[in-house]
Ligand binder design. Structure first.
Ligand code: MLT
Length: 232
């Protein structure tokens, strides 16, 4: 029987053996929601970058450069990490480099997996279906916030665990995530309770929270190929 496990922060990922497994990276507010939106709008590919300096250098190589720190756009970049500020006119066909506080680092850490795909609520049902068609065990890698577990990523992971009904649940973190999802009636109202939603709201960014809570409105699969995320 295939197994599913949940890692609650990318800093904990060193405790997980992800070789030969599918890694599903989750950062609902907002990195994997934003990357899903970029590809949904037709971006050629998205490159996750760890450092601001490296991300900025890609401007000279015709990349759109996006950077966020502590939930805010970084000065000198084309965009922060808000999916609602992206338009097809500006994104279609473009190469994009993105450096965020947690999500882009989580994606980079998944290197060496059998397959890395990205999930948010925007494509959660598509991800569940894609996992079912595969054959490997699964680790759901929540990005978290600066080393701490966050509500929205754990809730999304729980939704995936709940959808993988014939998988063996590998650990208590997967049980906890599934229980959280099973006790949630309204995704948006629950996400609004999260510390990051309150942080973003403080920056007058409530629209992103509503956008990132929409279930499977962007039914695509972002796949990590080498150091680029492309439409699977
Ligand atoms: C992250 O990488 O932690 C998030 O994407 C931060 C954000 O977009 O506000």
């Amino acid at each position: 029987m295939r197994s599913v496990d949940v890692c609650l922060t990318h800093q904990d990922f060193n405790n997980y053996d992800h070789k030969g497994k599918i890694v599903v990276v989750i950062d609902v507010l907002r990195a994997t929601s934003t990357i899903n939106t970029l590809l949904f709008l037709g971006a050629d590919h998205v490159m996750p970058i760890g450092s601001l300096e490296e991300c900025k250098s890609l401007k000279d190589h015709d990349y759109i450069i996006m950077a966020e720190r502590l939930g805010k756009k970084v000065e000198g970049f084309d965009y922060g990490n808000s999916p609602t500020k992206l338009t097809e006119k500006d994104i279609k066909g473009k190469k994009v480099a993105i450096a965020t506080s947690n999500g882009s680092k989580a994606i980079i850490k998944s290197e060496g997996s059998e397959m890395t795909i990205l999930c948010s609520f925007l494509n959660i049902e598509s991800v569940i279906n894609r996992i079912k068609k595969s054959e490997s065990d699964v680790i759901l890698l929540c990005s978290g916030w600066l080393g701490k577990t966050n509500l929205e990523d754990t809730l999304c992971a729980g939704g995936i665990v709940a959808g993988l009904d014939n998988f063996e649940i590998e650990s208590d973190t997967a049980l906890m995530a599934k229980a959280l999802h099973e006790n949630t009636n309204d995704i948006l109202e629950t996400i609004k309770l999260s510390s990051h939603a309150k942080r973003l709201s403080g920056y007058d960014n409530k629209i992103d929270i509503e956008f990132c809570s929409r279930v499977n409105t962007q039914p695509i699969i972002p796949l990590l190929e080498g150091n680029q995320i492309v439409l699977s």
